[in-house]
Design a protein around this ligand. Structure first.
Ligand code: GDP
Length: 417
């Protein structure tokens, strides 16, 4: 946008000369350096699962990461005392390792969501949790030492849609509308084995239409600019399956042809989790873990967190602006300012008085000293004069009575001359 910057960039581009290297320099090794460093540091990934209980969230997480991250849930019969009143937030972390690459996986579950008679505001604790994670990151960034910040922000939110075959429920729309600016939303149709292929196709169409109608932004994968054709095709293939119709299963079952697969067995056959013909589980896993994990993290950092951060900081900046306090009575405010000003004046006056007094005292003591000196000198001079006068007096008396003195002198045989 800045014409100067654009001109500079254009001139830089002109100055780039393409050269063929004559020997091995070594920067081709950069990706390897990057690779080694990343592997050493390890990766972290935080995923949130939102959906009514019983939609198979824990089963799917276990299936995705091939671990029993979630122990089997014990569903006790409902009783008034133990029934929670609000949606709670539970987070489970696990360090998993594959071929020497470590991944710290955190799954944030939202038990209780959609379980109440009145589900208004059941998204409250969820949004709160997401924002708290942003706030913690913002705080960490503002600390003096901001190296090694632990990133606990939610990188992906898998939203489970009940396999009704109709369309999105009002609760789904409400929650998605509130979530989409804060997390990468990935909608999935839960327990897709309960719908036929045709039902899934039609359901997907209606869900997408609803999402578009309500202007909900779901995660769309990477921007294409720098990608090669193969990556673009792969991404399109994944995106064409959204919302993913998924099936979760933690145990192996035997297929009629004797293979052992992860899946669910029914009287009429076996549904294989890892078979793309049967469901979109493979595509969801590919997107979340194999191809788009970095993209999800980048988008969280560069877009979602950045928007949250700038909104928050702007809000804080505005709040510091005194013009915002419009509710404050101007007369009260004026009175406050006046008394503050008066206090300031009084303080200044007191200080000036003290300075004045100390100066006066100093001057007085100096004056006293010089007065004493003057007195002393005066006395000395007076004494001196007195002595001179007495001398003169004596001389005068002597002169006046010169003759007798002369006579006396003569008589004694000497003269004054
Ligand atoms: P959560 O409350 O959303 O975490 O749900 P769970 O993972 O505890 O699953 C609830 C029940 O649904 C369990 O009996 C699972 O065996 C079952 N279940 C999980 N995934 C699927 C699925 O894809 N299809 C079917 N038909 N059942 C599933």
């Amino acid at each position: 946008k800045d014409p100067k910057a654009a001109a500079q960039a254009a001139s830089d581009m002109r100055n780039i000369v393409r050269r063929k290297l004559t020997g091995y320099v070594g920067f081709a090794n950069l990706p390897n350096q990057w690779h080694r460093k990343s592997v050493r540091k390890g990766f972290n990934f935080n995923v949130m699962v939102v959906g009514e209980s019983g939609l198979g969230k824990s089963t799917l997480v276990n299936t995705l990461f091939n671990t029993s991250l979630y122990p089997p849930k014990e569903r006790s019969p409902p009783s008034a005392e133990i029934m929670p009143k609000t949606v709670s937030i539970q987070s489970i972390s696990a360090d998993i390792e594959e071929n020497g690459v470590r991944l710290r996986l955190t799954v944030v579950d939202t038990p209780g969501f959609g379980d109440f008679v009145n589900n208004d505001a059941s998204w409250g604790p969820i949004i709160e949790n997401i924002e708290q994670r942003f706030d913690a990151y913002l705080d960490a960034e503002n600390k003096v030492n901001r190296m090694n910040i632990v990133d606990n922000r939610i990188h992906a939110c898998v939203y489970f849609i009940q396999p009704t075959g109709h369309s999105l429920k009002p609760l789904d729309v409400e929650v998605m509308r509130r979530l989409h600016t804060k997390v990468n939303l990935i909608p999935v149709i839960a327990k897709a084995d309960t719908l036929t292929d045709e039902e899934i196709m039609a359901f997907k169409q209606r869900i997408l239409a609803d999402i578009q109608y309500h202007n909900i932004q779901i995660f769309e994968g990477p921007r294409y600019e720098l990608d090669d054709d193969e990556t673009i095709a792969e991404n399109n293939e994944i995106m064409s399956k959204v919302p993913f119709a998924v099936v979760g299963a933690n145990s192996d079952v035997q297929t009629p042809d004797g293979r052992k697969v992860r899946g669910r067995r029914y009287p009429w056959g076996v549904i294989e989790v890892d078979n793309e013909e049967h469901c979109d589980f493979v595509k969801l896993r590919q997107m979340l873990i194999r191809t788009h994990m970095e993209e999800l993290k980048e988008n969280t950092n560069n877009t979602l967190y950045e928007n949250y951060r700038s909104d928050k900081l702007t809000a804080m900046g505005v709040a510091q602006d005194p013009s915002v306090f419009k509710e404050v009575n101007p007369a009260v405010k004026q009175e406050e300012e006046r008394s503050l000003h008066e206090q300031k004046l009084q303080k200044m006056e007191l200080e000036m008085k003290m300075v004045f007094q100390s100066k006066v005292a100093e001057k007085e003591s100096k004056l006293k000293q010089s007065e004493e000196e003057l007195y002393a000198r005066h006395k000395e001079m007076k004494d001196q004069l007195e002595r001179q006068r007495a001398d003169l007096e004596e001389k005068k008396a002597r002169i006046e009575s010169g003759r007798p003195l002369e006579e006396k002198g003569k008589r004694k045989g000497f003269s004054l001359r």
